[in-house]
Design a protein around this ligand. Structure first.
Ligand code: BTN
Length: 316
């Protein structure tokens, strides 16, 4: 109900809405609407009340509220949304949902993670409310062998969302790190699992550094990580970023994959460069040539041999 009230207030933010009008629109009585308005105030939304004209929304809450997200998403959106305060990892939450048959598009966001994880067994720094920590359950209509496409799609969507909210330009480091120069702004983790019916599903985890200052990162990350705040001097609200991300991701999922690959390539900072990749088979040094349609990197080593690398870490 708070989301319906917020939708009304957001759609008419420049005008006052009277109590009778709100009651009629929400099919609630005076006391119920007043209670809803009080709830919004408690949540951190600033309302201006006028003795005769009614109420209007002056400022959004700094905190993330799913009701605001629901109010600002199209009414027929396909997402099932969860919001957790603290959790070990949003990946585990979605894995449990997936195993018990949870729907495609189940999305969880956590204020903080106590055991946030990254690729190759690394941890993901997830201090409360400084970044966006989310995981999505996906049941794609392509085979599990192509799930790495999701990583490419998510990398492009994350880059587009970050560029849009900051008006800055970023790059992608293969396969999916959002970078500015040598500093990492966001990372993506894709996992594949089977549910109780033996149906495959994917979990896409995205961590984005939003409003960290340099001193908010552990010392060993201070020269390697950055945030959208550091790079743009803009304090991005998590709700605003999430909305932008959802819109970009949904759009990227609907486009022909070749289009996404082209966008990915145009933003990749490794293609044509000499790199060292650590793979499960060892280190390979060479020139990054191209991206395969399954997300693999084509690398020509110093002896001229071509390697197709599906998973690895590029040294910086
Ligand atoms: C990487 O670059 O190594 C991937 C980082 C992925 C981090 C996100 S934060 C939300 C989700 N939950 C996790 O535990 N990890 C992913």
């Amino acid at each position: 109900m708070e989301s319906s009230l917020l939708r009304l207030l957001l759609n008419h933010s420049s005008e006052f809405l009277s109590l009778p009008h709100l009651c009629q629109q929400l099919q609630r009585n005076d006391l119920q609407v007043i209670d809803l308005l009080k709830t919004l105030t408690l949540w951190g939304y600033t309302l201006e009340t006028h003795p005769t004209l009614g109420v209007r929304l002056l400022q959004l809450s700094a905190a993330l509220h799913l009701d605001e997200l629901r109010a600002r998403l199209p009414q027929n959106h396909p997402w099932t949304l969860f919001h957790l305060n603290e959790t070990p990892s949003t990946m585990d939450f979605i894995k449990r949902e997936g195993i018990r048959g949870g729907a495609d598009g189940t999305l969880v966001i956590a204020n903080s993670q106590t055991a946030g994880r990254g690729r190759h067994g690394r941890s993901w720094n997830s201090r409360p409310e400084l970044g966006l920590y989310l995981s999505v359950l996906l049941r794609p209509d392509f085979p599990i062998s192509s799930y790495s496409r999701l990583t490419i799609i998510a990398a492009v969507a994350t880059l587009q969302a970050a560029e849009r909210v900051t008006q800055r330009r970023f790059q992608i480091k293969w396969p999916n790190d959002l970078m500015i120069g040598k500093r990492k702004l966001a990372g993506i983790l894709t996992e594949a699992h089977l549910d109780q019916q033996q149906q495959p599903f994917a979990i896409l985890g995205v961590g984005i550094n939003l409003i960290q200052e340099v001193s908010d990162f552990p010392e060993e990350l201070q020269t390697k990580a950055s945030s959208l705040l550091i790079e743009s001097q803009r304090s991005i609200r998590r709700t605003d970023f999430l909305l932008e991300w959802i819109e970009r991701f949904q759009n990227a999922l609907s486009l022909p994959f070749e289009e996404i690959v082209q966008e990915w390539k145009s933003k990749c900072l490794n293609l044509g460069e000499s790199i060292v990749v650590t793979t499960p088979q060892g280190k390979i040094q060479g020139t990054a040539l191209d991206l395969e349609s399954n997300g693999a990197l084509l690398l020509r080593d110093d002896q001229g041999k071509i390697h197709t690398i599906l998973s690895g870490l590029i040294e910086v």
